[in-house]
Design a protein around this ligand. Structure first.
Ligand code: G4P
Length: 529
């Protein structure tokens, strides 16, 4: 087997998605402990932003070293190289998470056993479903009193629109929690609370009717377990890897990340079933990982907070071939050849310069302002990867320059922050005024802070009542479009890529516009062709 193929088959790149507080950071840390990538609990810093606290965000930004390192966490387990891509759970950073999801080959969804399916999980899973990303669900915090396992499975199916296949089943819960029956490995693992940070004992059970089960968990719990397993057999489909891979079926595991319980089972099953780096659609063809020529795309850009060094780090997911240091690569959008003397690879606690990287890996490239989110790099072929769309922002404000002498700095700062994907810029067709759209209100303060500290520019905002940005699909030469443009001229703008956007002030307006101009299609997402 060629080295490239061998490396591809070793790799699994995934993301963990969850509503804040469901246990994503804790689970990540436990996975890294299994991989031996960290030695003790507490080593992974949560880059979580508490509700609306700008100071938290600034603090995190100041500790960029940490958040860059936690953007990608790599570890080895059972001969595999696993890359975890960090996905912020905070809703104001949802756009960042959506983009990161374009670079994963599968995800683990963490659900809190007591809170069940929460809002942010719903949104993120919806994005994964749109892309048919294989998902495994981990129901966390089983050491606490929570919802009934079957009610939760129903909730996951209904609220998340998934087809679940339980591969483990809790025996008791909260105070009565005894352990987990693992349907995947056919064994019972006991929960030993006093051994918190360690893995409990596990007993191999080949047949649940074995009287040993009664001895181990007590007659009552054994009877319940048998009944529930029967129920699972009759109600849920059998696990089928092809269905999982196609996004049509989602296995579910139960456990407690904090107590390191059920985590090894999750990880082992993940290694057994989760996909290796997958092919990716481009503007001209499907690109396969095993092709020898390098291709990759930028899914994240991290700014350097040190004002003296304005360089940034672009995160590139390798789609095909071997990426080599100091080799000439083509930035397709610009038609520009570039080479990279110090590409970084990421590990749990550090980043390091690498000579070569393989599909599934993420390399960090130093950038002085060339890259944009969504950019494609290749060995020379002029193809562009698809699938990093913008979603309609939730908030809109005019941005004004507060220091006339620094207009240039402001323009440059805004431009670069938009390239990083911090927010979206719309320019009104009518008068050229600039509007910033964000997913959360927090971003406005972040932009203001960064413009001042990184670019020496001052800005202020003016409120603007916009409900949604709708990307317009229309024949711009048609009479209908001309009439639409005349009536709505005050609300028409261009996004950063010069696409036409209708800034609608209410859902009623959108509805009325669609009725009045049936040939004009309005989209809440920038990529619709
Ligand atoms: P997040 O990244 O998804 O936002 O969640 P995080 O891991 O930070 O976990 C949120 C809280 O839930 C933490 O408590 C964490 O200790 C707790 N937690 C995670 N897994 C379990 C579990 O299996 N059982 C129980 N009982 N709790 C769990 P915290 O009080 O917010 O933080 P900390 O002070 O403990 O760090």
């Amino acid at each position: 087997m060629s080295e490239l193929l061998e490396q591809i088959q070793k790799r699994k790149t995934f993301g963990i998605i969850a509503h804040p507080d469901a246990g994503k950071t804790t689970l990540t840390e436990k996975l890294l402990l299994f991989g031996g990538a960290i030695q003790e609990a507490g080593a992974v810093k949560s880059n979580k932003v508490k509700k609306g606290a700008t100071s938290d965000f600034m603090e995190i930004e100041r500790q960029r070293g940490i958040s860059v390192a936690t953007s990608v966490l790599a570890f080895e387990y059972r001969g595999h190289k696993i890359n975890i891509l960090d996905t912020p759970g905070h809703k104001d950073f949802a756009e960042d998470t959506y983009r990161t999801l374009t670079a994963v080959d599968s995800v683990i969804v963490v659900v809190d056993v007591a809170k069940g399916v929460e809002e942010q999980t719903e949104k993120l899973v919806q994005v994964c479903r749109m892309r048919n990303i294989p998902m495994i669900v981990f129901i966390n915090k089983l050491d606490r009193e929570g919802k009934d396992a079957f009610d939760l499975l129903d909730e996951v199916e209904q609220k998340l629109g998934l087809t679940v296949v339980p591969l483990s089943l809790p025996i008791g819960m909260g105070g009565d929690f005894q352990g987990i029956y693992n349907l995947w490995e056919k064994n019972i693992e006991f929960f030993l609370e006093e051994k918190k940070q360690r893995v409990g004992e596990s007993v191999k059970i080949t047949d649940v009717t074995d009287p040993k089960v009664d001895e181990l968990v007590g007659e009552k719990a054994a009877a319940t377990l048998r009944e529930e397993l029967e129920l699972i057999e009759s109600v849920y489909p059998e696990f089928n890897r092809d269905d999982y891979m196609a996004g049509n079926q989602q296995p579910v595991f139960f456990g407690s990340a904090l107590n390191n319980f059920g985590v090894r089972e999750l990880l082992d099953a993940f290694i057994d079933i989760a996909p290796n780096p997958q092919p990716k659609e481009s503007s001209i063809r499907l690109v396969r990982p095993e092709e020898p020529q390098f291709t990759g795309f930028v899914f994240k850009i991290h700014a350097n907070m040190d004002p003296k060094h304005r360089d940034r780090l672009a995160f590139v997911k390798i789609v095909s071939g071997t990426f080599k240091r100091n080799e000439n690569y083509l930035l397709v959008r610009e038609g520009k050849k570039m080479k990279f003397a110090a590409p970084s690879a990421f590990f749990a606690d550090k980043k390091e310069i690498v000579d070569q990287s393989f599909p599934g890996d993420i390399v960090g490239l130093h950038d002085t302002g060339n890259f944009r989110i969504g950019d494609t790099l290749t060995a020379g072929e002029k193809l562009q990867f698809k699938g990093i769309p913008s979603f309609s922002p939730e908030h809109f404000r005019y941005i004004n320059n507060d220091d006339p002498l620094k207009a240039k700095q402001l323009a440059k700062g805004v431009d670069q922050l938009m390239d990083e994907g911090v927010a979206q810029l719309f320019t009104l067709e009518m008068n050229g005024r600039k509007i910033i759209g964000t997913v959360g209100a927090l971003q406005y303060e972040v932009i203001q802070y960064r413009l001042e500290h990184e670019y020496g520019a001052k800005c202020s905002y003016e409120p603007l009542s916009i409900h949604k940005a709708c990307w317009v699909e229309a024949d711009e030469k048609s009479e209908e479009f001309k009439e639409f443009a005349r009536l709505k001229q005050r609300f028409l703008a261009r996004d950063k890529y010069n696409q036409l956007v209708f800034l609608a002030d209410s859902s009623f307006t959108i509805h009325m516009t669609e009725e009045k101009f049936p040939s004009i299609k309005l989209h809440f997402i920038s990529e619709f062709k």
